[in-house]
Design a protein around this ligand. Structure first.
Ligand code: ZN
Length: 409
């Protein structure tokens, strides 16, 4: 009999309280953890269950933990007490507009960073197989710049922890040599391009060890504007097979994601990561106020289906949150993904259990997030182009990895 999958769920009342202050996602954290708890997913499972779950109350990061990625001057401005340094510094560090200083910002930034870092440390220490931190996933923050509702890039901080970790289990490379360094893959499902994470590792000496792949909406005018968010152009001097971008058009539905999986699966197979950090932003779901995609939770190509396919690979996985501006649909999605991680997926017609947030789940009072009538603009021709592009990317990736694995022994 297989031993039960070990799940670490990172959350605490204090963290939920400070995350609930985030101006872009007020109260969302409280709703998410309340629904996961109401479904009984954090209770010790019965004997013979396919999983064991540990609730880990994360300590906050220290200011110097943040400097593993962020610049010291930015960290000082971010953690200023009272919140908000002088107005010139606010402008310099992006602490304005969609990232204003707010009461509780210091506790929030340290709390989110600490949560994702401790989740990564649990994986690195082989104390779990899957770690879940729905309060994390702030993929737009840069080294010295708050951006897109993101103040601290906990995704990067977690990736750096895993980059230093041992490979698990020790794998054999194509040449028959023991892999010396872990390989870490970042997979971003948020409707917005994961610019902050890609920027952290592009050309940063991590070649062959960290690969980022962002699937996002390609629509005109959608945040963030970036020259790197288009389909890879392998003839460009700037092409990096370890910083990949897979843009989709408006209305992307389950049918499109089922097609896109072939590309993601191919990259996963070739890169064969020891660890996968997955940013599960849910602002691409139908009905989200962003209104760009028409993705849903269930069925072939659905969010749960997609995440389950990732679990099929023999890698340890860190699930992070991200965008998601319907707080009840974010709670629905992440409760469902928690059950999928545990190997006991909830059915989509499962009634929402009675708990404090219950009235907000009207009118359906079920787990499902049904599709809207939005048209999927990802044509067969476009998806064939994606496939063909990534076939060439895959060849280059294979060649580069062969070079790097011979370097590392
Ligand atoms: Zn987003």
């Amino acid at each position: 009999m297989n031993s039960p999958r070990r799940i670490t769920y990172v959350a605490s009342e204090n963290l939920a309280k400070t995350c609930s202050l985030l101006p872009s996602n007020r109260n969302r954290s409280t709703f998410v953890h309340a629904l996961v708890t109401a479904f009984g997913l954090l209770r010790p499972p019965s004997n013979g269950a396919p999983y064991v779950v540990t609730l880990l109350r994360p300590p906050p990061a220290s200011p110097s933990d943040l400097t593993a990625y962020h610049d010291r001057s930015y960290v000082d401005a971010l953690l200023a007490d009272p919140p908000g340094p002088d107005s010139a510094s606010c402008r310099e560090f992006g602490l304005e507009d969609d990232c204003p200083p707010f009461p509780g910002l210091r506790e929030y930034a340290l709390g989110v960073a600490g949560a994702s870092m401790v989740a990564a440390q649990e994986l690195a220490g082989d104390r779990c197989d899957i770690a879940i931190c729905w309060d994390g996933g702030r993929h737009h923050a840069h080294k010295s710049l708050a951006s897109g509702f993101c103040y601290v890039n906990d995704c990067v901080l977690a990736l750096l922890v895993l980059k230093r970790a041992s490979p698990v289990p020790p794998l054999l490379s194509n040449q028959g040599n023991i892999r010396k360094k872990s390989r870490v893959m970042y997979l971003d499902l948020d409707v917005h391009y994961g610019d902050g994470v890609a920027a952290a590792f592009r050309g940063a000496g991590a070649r062959g060890q960290v690969l980022t792949l962002s699937i996002h909406n390609a629509g005109q005018g959608l945040f963030p504007a970036s020259e790197h968010s288009a389909l890879p152009n392998i003839s460009s001097a700037a092409f990096d097979p370890f910083a990949l971008s897979l843009p989709l058009h408006t209305g992307a539905s389950c049918a499109t994601f089922a097609r896109v999986w072939r590309t993601v699966g191919r990259v996963l197979e070739i890169f064969a990561p020891d660890y996968i950090v997955m940013q599960c932003g849910v602002d691409g779901l139908a009905q989200d106020p962003v209104g760009a995609w028409n993705w849903t939770l269930g069925g072939e190509g659905g969010l749960a289906w997609f995440v389950r396919r990732v679990f099929d690979f023999s890698a340890k996985v860190l699930l992070l949150g991200g965008g998601g501006y319907s707080l009840v649909n974010a709670a629905r999605a992440w409760a469902l993904l928690t059950s999928v991680a545990c190997g006991v997926p909830l059915a989509l017609d499962t009634p929402i259990p009675h708990h404090a947030g219950f009235p907000m789940y009207a009118p359906s009072f079920t787990l499902d997030v049904p599709p809207s009538r939005m048209c999927d603009e990802n044509t067969d021709d476009y998806l064939k182009k994606v496939d063909a592009t990534f076939e060439r990317v895959a060849e280059i990736l294979r060649t580069q990895l062969a070079l790097h694995s011979s370097d590392s022994v």
